[in-house]
Design a protein around this ligand. Structure first.
Ligand code: NAD
Length: 265
C-alpha cells in the first residue's frame, strides 16, 4: 500500500553492495518507505530480513508513483526502465558498463518515465565534471591529459563509468571525441605518446570503493586531481537525494546527477 507523505522506494539488486546499503538507508529515513526489493531468486535469502515484499522482477512489486533505485548491471537496468514505463514509476539507475546502444535505449524509455542515470552519484565527482574542462582549457594543449582509476577486485567493467565520464569531459574541453582519442592499453614498443590522446588506465584489487585521478602533465610540472570515495555511502546518499529530486520531474529526457546538484531549488 502507498505510504502517505512518504516517498515509496523499490530497491533493485537489494542483496548487492550498493543495493543492500541503499535498502538500509531507506529504512532508516523517516521520509522514505521501502515498499519492495528485487533480487535474483538465488540471492533472495540475503534480503529476507527486509520489511517489504521481495520479488525477482520489478513488475511483481511495482507501485505507481514510487521510485526504483537500481544498482545492478546494464541489461537488468534496461528491464527496470521498461517496467518503470509500464507501471508509472520513476527510476534512478546507477549501473555502469552500458554500451552506446544501451544508453540510447535508456534515453528512449526516459521519454515516457522520469529516469535518471549517472555512473557516479557522489557530489565530489559531479563537481569535478565541471572543474576538469576548466582546468584543461586554462592549462592549454601543452599539457598531456591522462586518467587512472582504482576499484575493488569484484568490479566487472573497466575502465569505470566514472573514469569514462571524467575523461569525456576532459576530451570535450579540447573538442575531441573520447572514443577517438582514448588509449586503454600501452604495452610493448608503442612509440612516443601522441598529442591527441588520453590514456585511461584501470587497476583492480582489494575492496577499494573507487579512486579516480586526472593528470595534466605539462612542461616541468604535473597537476593531479584526485577523488577518493572512502565508503559507498556517498553514492547511496546521492542516489537517495536523486530519488527525492526525481519525484518532481516529468519524463522527457534522461536526467543525470548534474541536474540534481546544479539545478536543485
Ligand atoms: P553487486 O554485484 O554487489 O550487486 C549487484 C546486485 O544485483 C547483486 O545482488 C545481484 O544478485 C543483483 N542482480 C543481478 N541480476 C539481477 C536481476 N536480474 N534482478 C535483480 N537483481 C539482480 O554490485 P555493486 O558493487 O553493488 O554495483 C552494482 C552496479 O552499480 C555496478 O554496475 C557498479 O559499477 C555500479 N556502481 C555505481 C555507482 C554510482 O555512483 N553510480 C557506485 C557504485 C557502483
Amino acid at each position: 500500500m502507498a505510504n502517505e507523505q512518504k516517498l515509496d522506494i523499490v530497491v533493485i539488486g537489494a542483496a548487492g553492495r550498493m543495493g543492500s546499503l541503499i535498502a538500509r538507508l531507506v529504512q532508516e529515513d523517516p521520509g522514505l518507505a521501502l515498499v519492495g526489493a528485487v533480487e535474483r531468486n538465488d540471492s533472495q535469502t540475503a534480503v529476507s530480513g527486509l520489511q517489504c515484499p521481495v520479488a525477482d522482477s520489478l513488475a511483481a512489486v511495482a507501485l505507481p508513483g514510487a521510485i526504483a533505485i537500481d544498482f545492478t548491471a546494464p541489461q537488468v537496468s534496461l528491464g527496470t526502465a521498461r517496467d518503470a514505463v509500464k507501471s508509472g514509476m520513476g527510476a534512478i539507475i546507477g549501473s555502469t558498463g552500458f554500451t552506446e546502444g544501451q544508453k540510447r535505449e535508456l534515453a528512449e524509455y526516459a521519454r515516457e518515465a522520469p529516469l535518471l542515470w549517472s555512473a557516479n552519484m557522489s557530489v565530489g565527482v559531479n563537481v569535478l565534471l565541471r572543474l576538469l574542462p576548466q582546468l584543461a582549457k586554462a592549462l592549454g594543449p601543452a599539457y598531456d591529459m591522462e586518467m587512472m582509476e582504482i576499484h575493488h577486485r569484484h568490479k566487472r567493467d573497466a575502465p569505470s563509468g566514472t573514469a569514462l565520464m571524467l575523461a569525456d569531459a576532459m576530451a570535450r574541453a579540447r573538442d575531441w571525441e573520447l572514443p577517438e582519442v582514448r588509449r586503454s592499453c600501452r604495452d610493448g614498443i608503442i612509440g612516443e605518446r601522441q598529442d591527441k590522446e588520453i590514456g585511461v588506465m584501470a587497476l583492480r584489487g582489494g575492496d577499494v570503493p573507487g579512486i579516480h585521478t586526472s593528470y595534466f602533465f605539462g612542461p616541468g610540472e604535473i597537476i593531479e586531481v584526485k577523488h577518493t570515495a572512502e565508503t559507498r555511502e556517498n553514492f547511496a546518499n546521492g542516489a537517495i537525494r536523486a530519488a527525492r529530486w526525481l519525484t518532481g520531474q516529468k519524463p522527457g529526457r534522461l536526467y543525470s546527477m548534474q541536474d540534481v546538484i546544479f539545478e536543485e531549488k
